[in-house]
Design a protein. Structure first.
Length: 600
């Protein structure tokens, strides 16, 4: 209790000088009431009322981001929207038939069966429990109700963005359209199909409600290379075969083979030679089934790679990439002509460059530019690159404010000057090619008139490439068999490149272009060609042995089972190819001095 010191109380002889206040009345310390003295609290002086503030009820701010099953449903809706956009571009911009969208929709409906069960099955009321179950990396028990199908295996993972383009290719493959894997990969590289920055094409109301872990699936940091895209198609094809027992047809080999031969600028005689080798080896140009698939030995399981391998071997048989002279016996042989491989290599090196055909940076070149390439750019190339970056990566969905409009980042129309095509600008792309002089003009130019404008489309460039290469074909001198002199014949001294390091000159250019069209690395193509060459050589050796024993009348001299088990076959050779290292095999570049195949 607080006391206040004042005068003496004086009541009943009380000499107390300390007082306290109680209900507005003063009392001394001994309890004597001071009559006539009533004091109000100083704090209440002048107060006319009190203000009472009501505390608002704190409400948790609702998040715009969805979680749990609504988020999974939204993810599948966005993925389906992207699939529709890709089909729309393929049909209206690239000339694919309208039935492609129907096939893609059917394939996607099959895939949705697994995701529908993940979203609708009763796995608990808590969304966090559902999310932890769906994204758990721990193995789960087997589900015997689905014929051995594992519900938590990799086939129930969320589809990747690369799977959307692979699904479009698989639909075209089912329709037997004459398309290759490299065609769809080029669309990705040239941004002719929605892939890079694909979320920018999705409405903001949808992508803002998607959680970050699902948004990351649509955000790609790097463009996949052709080999990765090819492996994605292989995985998708195996998934549909294993999960839904889908039968995949063979590749449309006549049309695709003609397209590849035309792109390689090879004579038409390669077509018939490739068909003969296909019948000899039994290639079906089909994707492997899950039972026959070997994850380690995928060299000869890809249809595009099988066809390219046969084209390479046929070309090396009929038009060898060396300086040896081989004389045909008649002028009707397919190998009666000779190619100028040096000019062919120069023509191919200049075919797919953007600079000789228009002088501008194409989207395929721009997306591969590195920081080192920027240092070698000219001012015009920098302008083209920044224009591409502005149109591809800047988000234009937000309305710009007034201050931003005062500082435009784009170039004015009068500043955009057409690039001269007379002198091609130096190449700055990071793709390494063999240096070669420019191609000679097809006809002498008149000093008073300028030459025809360079072609701007792929078809025009391909026609120019074919015209340049085909007009240099020349006939080889024919030497009949009745002459006594021993001359090399077509098919003899066949050059076999067993390792990538053995390639050089036009042979390396030919193998690199073939690997690019097959959508595989160069090392994979060299290994596949080597395996097929060994298989053909072994079949030819067995044929010669049968003919030899038949001429001796010893058809019954067959090898017993113990000898067959010890025979070094194609499987053993392929196993050695996988295990060996190129650094240890520098002496294996050999040439066969026998006529390997007489079937062509």
């Amino acid at each position: 209790m607080d006391y206040v010191t004042r005068g003496v109380c004086g009541q009943e002889g009380c000499r107390e000088t300390r007082y306290y206040l109680d209900n507005g009345l003063w009392y001394c310390r001994r309890g004597h009431l001071q009559e006539g003295v009533q004091v109000a609290e100083d704090a209440d002086f002048g107060n006319l009322g009190k203000t009472h503030r009501l505390k608002k009820e704190t409400r948790e701010k609702a998040s715009k981001t969805l979680r749990g099953r609504p988020a999974y449903t939204l993810f599948l809706q966005i993925y389906q929207l992207i699939l529709w956009k890709q089909c729309h571009v393929l049909i209206h911009d690239h000339g694919f038939p309208e039935e492609l969208e129907v096939v893609v929709r059917d394939l996607w409906a099959l895939r949705l069966q697994d995701f529908e069960s993940r979203i609708t099955d009763a796995t608990g009321d808590d969304d966090d429990d559902t999310e932890s179950e769906l994204f758990s990396s721990q193995p789960a028990g087997k589900d015997e109700s689905r014929d051995g199908f594992k519900p938590n295996s990799r086939y129930l993972e969320w589809p990747r963005l690369i799977d959307s383009v692979a699904l479009c290719y698989l639909a075209a493959f089912l329709m037997r359209l004459p398309v290759c894997v490299i065609d769809f990969h080029d669309m990705i590289m040239r941004q002719e199909i929605p892939y890079a920055r694909v979320l920018a094409t999705v409405p903001r109301e949808m992508r803002d409600r998607l959680p970050p872990e699902l948004t990351a699936i649509f955000e790609v940091n790097t463009i996949p290379n052709a080999d990765r895209f090819h492996r994605g198609i292989m995985a998708l094809a195996l998934f549909y075969q294993r999960r839904f027992e889908l039968d995949l047809p063979p590749l449309n080999s006549p049309m695709v083979l003609f397209r590849l031969i035309k792109r390689l600028a090879l004579p038409i005689e390669i077509y018939e030679a490739t068909r003969i080798l296909q019948d000899l080896l039994g290639f079906t140009f089909q994707y492997p089934t899950p039972s026959s698939y070997d994850g380690r030995k995928t060299t000869l399981l890809l249809p595009d790679l099988q066809m390219i391998v046969l084209i390479v071997i046929s070309t090396k048989l009929l038009f060898p990439i060396d300086d040896l002279k081989r004389y045909p016996t008649t002028a009707k042989e397919p190998a009666a002509q000779v190619m100028d491989w040096t000019l062919w290599a120069r023509a191919q090196n200049n075919f797919d460059h953007d600079q000789p055909f228009g002088g501008k940076i194409g989207k395929k070149t721009a997306i591969q530019i590195t920081d080192q390439d920027v240092l070698n750019m000219t001012s015009a190339q920098l302008d083209h690159y920044m224009d591409w970056y502005e149109s591809s990566w800047l988000d234009t969905s937000k309305e710009p404010n007034r201050i931003a409009e005062m500082f435009p980042i784009g170039r004015a129309e009068q500043d955009i000057q057409p690039t001269s095509t007379a002198v091609p600008e130096p190449s700055f792309t990071s793709i390494t090619v063999d240096p070669a002089p420019p191609l000679a003009p097809l006809a002498p130019e008149s000093p008073s008139t300028s030459g025809p404008p360079p072609p701007n489309t792929t078809g025009d460039k391909l026609d120019l490439l074919l015209q340049t290469v085909m007009q240099t074909l020349r006939a080889r001198r024919v030497i009949p068999d009745d002459e006594e002199a021993d001359h090399r014949r077509p098919g003899e001294w066949y050059h076999r490149y067993r390792w990538e390091s053995h390639l050089s000159g036009p042979a390396r250019t030919f193998y690199e272009l073939a690997a690019q069209l097959a959508a595989v690395p160069l090392k994979t193509l060299v290994r596949a060609v080597t395996v097929v060459e060994f298989r053909i050589a072994q079949q030819d050796e067995e044929r010669q042995n049968r003919e030899y024993f038949a001429s001796l009348g010893a058809e019954g001299m067959d090898a017993d089972e113990s000898d067959v088990d010890q025979t070094y076959g194609v499987a053993d050779f392929e196993e050695d190819m996988y295990d060996a290292e190129s650094e240890d095999m520098e002496d294996d570049d050999f040439m066969s001095n026998s006529r390997m195949w007489s079937t062509i």
